[in-house]
Design a protein around this ligand. Sequence first.
Ligand code: ADP
Ligand code: MG
Length: 631
Amino acid sequence: MSNAAEKPVENHVFEADVARLLHLMVHSVYSDKDVFLRELISNAADACEKLRYEAISAPELLTDDPTPRITLTLDADDNRLIVEDNGIGMSRDDMIEALGTIARSGTRAFMERVEAAKAGEGAQLIGQFGVGFYSAFMVADKVDVVSRHAGSAHAFVWSSDGKGSYTVSEADLADAPARGTRITMHLMDDAKSYTSKWSVEKIVKDQSGHVPVPIDLIEKPGADAERIGDGTALWTKSRSEITKEEYADFYRGVSGQYDEPALTVHFRAEGRHEYTGLAFVPESKPMDMFDPSAKGRMKLYVKRVFITDDAELLPRYLRFVRGLVDTSDLPLNVSREMIQESPILAAIRKGLTNRVLTAIEKLADSDKDAFAKLWDAFGAVLKEGIYDDFERREQLIALSRFRTTASDEATRSLADYVKDMKDAQAAIYYLTGDNLDRLKASPQLEGFRARGIEVLLLTDSVDSFWVTAAPDFEGKPFKSITQGSADLTQVPTADGETPAAPAAPETSEAVTDFIAFAKTALGDAVSDVRASDRLTESAVCLVAPEQGYDRQLEKLLQGSGRLDMIAKPILEINPTHGLISALAAGGSDEFRTDAVQLLLDQARVLDGDKPQDPRAFAERLSRLFERALKG
Ligand code: ADP
Ligand code: MG
């Protein structure tokens, strides 16, 4: 009945993103093309694990072939390499969806990075990130995929030269696997080594030695299969039996990243709940770390059967951790929906979170440099926990490291900060913004610098949120230096001026009058104008009123549409500044009005904002120049 010759062949064009990816793949001069094999084996293993899961409720899917298996067949005569599995397989629609589009947002982000990277760097990036099925086109100029979905009476063949289009047609059942997928790569001339038993065996052992599905190798068509991977799950072994290299290989398999794990946490929980956890903190940031839809990537196994990678096994602020949990406490036929509600899972989540955080804390104590790297990569995400995870807030604050005015290179902990606090200093001061250099140049810092008071320089957007959620550290409240009054008068300046002497700058009557004038001139553009004790060099700066939000937080909230109105700032004036004394001493009202408006715009610019009314700003500046030149 079924005769493939009569089956219509459909032509499809790749989705634009796939075409881009393929182009990158083929034209990158990436030397380590071996990774394609790891990608295909990992897909084959996923397919076997999916089948194992489906078969829990539909055992008939296994037919008379219940043991999962991946087979590599080498064919030097025809220069082909075939990767076959007896997993779940793909239907026609699966093929078009899975092999013609890109579903993972991480892949898209990856491509943007590769394209933006300078020549040479892009090739390295390809090596760092899993690029999936399409990596077959790094070594093959034609790829055929024949697949039969478990339980289906039809098989389909997908075929492409990777140059923009592919075909799909129904396959003759006689030419298809009884179940699962066969991928035939017609190798390029310079990829002949992938038909050599020695090279392929080495690559598989190096890259895929811990795939939980056995791997067989057939040296040439018709030869006997030889087992080259035993499919034992690494995590079931005890720690002492596993080498660092084995952990690293396994990490790469489970994470889809090509770096080394920065931290490996492998443990067996016993007692009320029994489970094994194997978790890795990567060395480099996963691509999708700030993608709001990015899910955790911890896999859940029940008695070595893969169940899902959707279970929230860790809180969101640990979403960079990769690995798995294998438990015997859940029933195998647990539905994916039930999992989220399960109290057992809640206990596992808690236990795993503690283990991971404890390991990170240990690293912070034992290896400062390694921890600094980890913090650099993931600190911004970990800090989300300070407001997300009330129970572990203190633990996370203590773990946090900061840029501060005390050091240009080293980061500091809050324990360091508190230890070095000035005698009369009552709060932990911070300044938020999005650029470290600009923060360092902020006028609001001047008075603090002069008194040697350390200020945290916070540049992650999450910082604006957790500082408001963390009421204090060791009894010291957090205080924004751009909000409210600075209260610096109690702390002596670094050159020894004691506060007993007038630390509050003497504000002459003329300056007081000028401040009153400025207030009238500025009207409701500001909520107040007042003399400042936080400025030593600059003439003016803006601060937020005591009540309400810090200025940076206000900007973030407004930017994300969560705040309609920004509170009017306070303009602080440095009474000891030459310009202020000169303005206080006289000048026409007209002139002084221009000057006051310009001072406000200047303070705005120093805050990273624009002048309120650029045209008026330009006109005032011109008038001032003109006056200066005319003498
Ligand atoms: P990923 O594995 O991250 O999903 P890939 O590009 O490697 O991305 O694979 C894309 C999709 O193609 C897979 O998610 C799967 O649906 C399908 N696929 C690939 N290889 C196989 C296979 N051997 N058996 C079944 N499905 C497969
Ligand atoms: Mg894959």
